[in-house]
Design a binder for this molecule. Structure first.
Ligand code: ZN
Length: 453
């Protein structure tokens, strides 16, 4: 057996806030051993601290302004439309290729935003941006056949979990997460054994998922905390940390004294806030954003177009397993889809100076409708700085009615956090939700509200 020179294990969204106490309590003996024998530290993520740019910065050593991956979605050039981001938006070299060029073999599995896979001297299995299980997400292609022959059909990590409102559904999701962790552990062990490389990396996604949907069950101070449900789901997150520690232990068996091991995360996690800001509505109140005064006919026409596009997107981007699941939830899904897209398509661009792409509401950011950048841009370059100053001032005036405190404590101008050839693709204003402020953004649904009157 050839041990790797470097083995990297990624725990997406793992946070010391949880891992440290659980290490101390004995739930994570393998991480405890690595911590005792090695070095550890608090990772500084990139800004904003979200999965697509964070792992891409890890892989390239560059800020998003230099690699070009900013978010889960990105604006298409010359239109206001949005599309899902994947690794084809990354416009710089990865460490894997650089190592290959130095004669060092590399193999990576399940790193987010690596689809389509790179042609590496070694292998690459793409991560969460893989559109479907039918996609060619493994290089070399014969490796997929080999893995599926040995381990059964490969599944992609579960996504689109917004409808988890019953205990039955929660149990089902926890079970699917366990299956996914087992699959990736088996894949990782198989690759270490049969496709050894100098440098290997494997990422597990389940901590991110479980923290998103189960935090309130363990956190007694959470506004959604339900003591009755705590007994059932209070340990859900800890169970995942514990399980991944066991997987880490198995992977470590393939290392030797010459192997450098990294356990890394891309960002942290924490509870959501019950303070909701409707950014586009607020921009509307400030006279900076204008909705179209549609007739019902146009409304219906828009809705039809929008729904068709939405369903086309879902059809082409979901796995069959996801489609089956979504079909059962279709009435809710339809409402969500309508609301989701309508709010964005109903903006009157010819009278809008600033907007929040609500499809990207988390994390929230604001774009200026600059002349020359978008087809209906109305803001002159000479007006740009004053407009950004005005918006920052107005945002600081939004107060929590319960405490009188500002809801959004920090707004970062684009050039504060992004630099490089692609920095101009980033939002003009980035609202801090990760450090000083705690809030969520909600979409404005002007047309849906009109329908309900
Ligand atoms: Zn992440």
């Amino acid at each position: 057996m050839k041990a790797p020179k470097v083995m990297i294990v990624g725990f997406d969204a793992a946070t010391w806030d949880l891992a440290k106490p659980w290490v101390a309590e004995g739930f994570m003996p393998n991480l405890a051993r690595l911590m005792a024998e090695g070095a550890r530290g608090q990772l500084e993520s990139i800004l904003p601290p979200i999965t697509p740019p964070a792992w891409t910065s890890f892989t390239t050593g560059k800020n998003p302004g230099k690699h070009g991956v900013f978010h889960f979605m990105e604006s298409t050039p010359d239109t206001y439309a949005l599309r899902y981001t994947n690794a084809s938006s990354r416009r710089t070299r990865t460490i894997w290729k650089i190592l290959n060029q130095a004669g060092i073999g590399t193999g990576t599995a399940n790193i987010p935003f690596t689809y389509p896979p790179e042609v590496l001297n070694g292998y690459q299995i793409s991560g969460m941006d893989t559109p479907s299980e039918k996609s060619a997400f493994i290089h070399p292609p014969e490796l997929r056949e080999e893995l599926e022959r040995e381990l059964g059909p490969l599944k992609l990590d579960i996504r689109f979990l917004g409808f988890m409102n019953t205990d039955e559904r929660r149990d089902q999701v926890l079970d699917e997460m366990r299956q996914m962790d087992e699959q990736w552990t088996h894949v990782g062990l198989y690759l270490l054994k049969h496709r050894p490389q100098d440098v290997t990396m494997l990422v597990f996604m389940s901590i991110d998922t479980v923290q998103h949907y189960f935090w309130q069950f363990m956190d007694k101070s959470h506004f959604l905390h339900d003591p009755a449900a705590e007994a059932k789901f209070g340990d859900a997150i800890r169970n995942v940390y514990q399980r991944l520690d066991e997987s880490l232990g198995k992977l470590l068996e393939y290392t030797n004294d010459g192997t450098t091991v990294f356990v890394v995360s891309d960002h942290g996690g924490g509870p959501v806030s019950d303070r909701v800001v409707y950014l586009n509505r607020y921009l509307g109140q400030l006279g900076l954003l204008c909705y179209q005064q549609d007739t019902n006919n146009l409304l219906r026409k828009t809705l039809r177009t929008v729904l068709r596009r939405g369903y086309m997107f879902l059809r082409s981007n979901l796995s069959s397993r996801q489609k089956v699941r979504l079909a059962a939830l279709l009435p809710q899904l339809r409402l969500k889809t309508e609301s989701f897209y309508t709010s964005f398509t109903s903006i009157d661009w010819s009278q809008t100076k600033a907007y929040c792409s609500e499809v990207l509401a988390s994390p929230p950011s604001i774009w200026i409708n600059l002349k020359g950048r978008k087809p209906h841009g109305i803001v002159d370059d000479s007006e740009y700085e004053n407009l950004r100053d005005e918006i920052i001032t107005k945002i600081s005036e939004l107060r929590d009615p319960r405490t009188g405190e500002p809801v959004i404590k920090r707004v970062l101008r684009r050039e504060k956090i992004f630099h490089g050839s692609f920095a101009a693709e980033a939002p003009d204003l980035n609202l801090d939700w990760w450090e000083a402020s705690h809030f969520m953004t909600g979409p404005a649904f002007p047309m849906i509200r009109m329908n309900h009157r």
